[in-house]
Design a protein around this ligand. Structure first.
Ligand SMILES: Cc1cc2nc3c(=O)[nH]c(=O)nc-3n(C[C@H](O)[C@H](O)[C@H](O)COP(=O)(O)OP(=O)(O)OC[C@H]3O[C@@H](n4cnc5c(N)ncnc54)[C@H](O)[C@@H]3O)c2cc1C
Length: 240
C-alpha cells in the first residue's frame, strides 16, 4: 500500500487530500488522512503550507474535524489568493500542515452557548461534535448566522446531531434574504446574556462579529473569563 501521509520534520506533516466537499458557493471542506500520532483538541487550528501561494509562513485554518474523527478536515471560505488556491485542491494533492495549536474551547460542564458567523462555524462544529460524540449531556445552544440560506455550512450534519443529542439546540439566522425561514436581525449580546445566564460562551467569526458580541455580552454582565473567542479575519462589511 502506498504511504499517503508522512511527517516531513518534527513540526510539519505532508498530507494527501482524500476528498473535497463543496459545502456552499464559497466554502469547501478539505479532508486529509490523519497522520498517526496527530493529536488535537476540538477548536484548535493548524497552519497550512502550500507552495503555489508564495506565502511561506502559511495560513491558519481551524480543524472542523473532531478529535475522534478518522480524518482531519479544514473548512475554507474562498476570499483571496491562499483560500482560492486551497479551493483548487483535489483528491491526491499534497499539502503540509503544522501540529495543532490554540486554546479555543470552553471545557467543563457549564452549559455552552456557541455563536458562529459564516465559516466561523468550523471550530465550533468540531467542539459540538466532540461534546456530542463523547456522550456529554452538557446543554449546548448554537446560534449560527449567515447572509443567505445557501451559505449555511454543515446544516444537514448539525440537524442530524440534534436527533442524537436532545441537549443540542440550534438557531439559524439569515440576515440578507428576506424569504428565508431564518430571516432575522443580527445577534444581540444583551438578549443572549438574558436568555442564557450562567453559560460559557464560544464566539467565532470576523473581527467585527467577535468584537461586537463580546462587548455586548460583557456589558450585559457575562464575565470576560466565561467568553472564549477565535477571530478569523477583518472585513469591512457584515460578519460571515
Ligand atoms: C486562528 C485562525 C483560524 C482560522 N480558521 C479559518 C477557517 O477555519 N476557515 C477559513 O476560511 N479561514 C480561517 N482563517 C482565516 C485564514 O487564515 C485566512 O486569513 C483566509 O483564508 C484569507 O486568506 P487569503 O489569503 O485567501 O485572503 P487575503 O488575501 O488574506 O484576504 C482577501 C480579502 O478578503 C477579506 N476576507 C477575509 N476573510 C473574509 C470573509 N470571511 N468574508 C469576507 N471577506 C473576507 C480580507 O479582509 C481581505 O480584504 C483563520 C484565521 C485564524 C487566525
Amino acid at each position: 500500500m502506498l504511504m499517503s501521509v508522512s511527517s516531513t520534520s518534527s513540526s510539519r506533516y505532508a498530507l494527501q487530500v482524500h476528498r473535497v466537499i463543496r459545502e456552499s458557493p464559497s466554502v469547501a471542506t478539505i479532508c486529509f488522512e490523519r497522520p498517526s500520532g496527530f493529536r488535537y483538541s476540538a477548536g484548535q487550528y493548524v497552519t497550512v503550507f502550500f507552495d503555489d501561494t508564495g506565502v511561506s509562513e502559511g495560513k491558519a485554518y481551524s480543524l472542523s474535524s473532531h478529535p475522534d474523527d478518522i480524518d482531519l478536515s479544514i473548512t475554507v471560505k474562498k476570499v483571496g489568493l491562499f483560500s482560492g488556491k486551497l479551493h483548487t485542491l483535489k483528491a491526491g494533492d499534497v499539502v503540509e500542515i503544522s501540529p495543532a495549536y490554540g486554546m479555543f474551547n470552553a471545557f467543563g460542564t457549564a452549559p455552552l452557548v456557541a455563536l458562529a458567523a459564516g465559516v466561523g462555524i468550523a471550530p465550533i462544529y468540531s467542539i459540538i461534535c466532540h461534546e456530542v460524540f463523547r456522550g456529554s449531556n452538557r446543554p449546548i445552544r448554537l446560534i449560527y448566522t449567515n447572509t443567505v440560506d445557501e451559505e449555511i455550512v454543515f446544516q444537514d450534519e448539525l440537524d442530524r446531531l440534534t436527533q442524537y443529542a436532545p441537549q443540542l439546540e440550534i438557531q439559524y439566522i439569515v440576515t440578507r434574504q428576506e424569504d428565508s425561514d431564518y430571516f432575522g436581525p443580527r445577534m444581540q449580546g444583551a438578549e443572549i446574556a438574558r436568555a442564557f445566564p450562567d453559560r460559557a460562551v464560544c464566539i467565532c467569526g470576523t473581527v467585527e462579529f467577535v468584537r461586537d458580541l463580546r462587548r455586548q455580552l460583557t456589558l450585559a454582565g457575562i464575565s470576560d473569563d466565561d467568553i472564549m473567542t477565535e477571530v478569523f479575519f477583518k472585513t469591512s462589511g457584515v460578519a460571515g
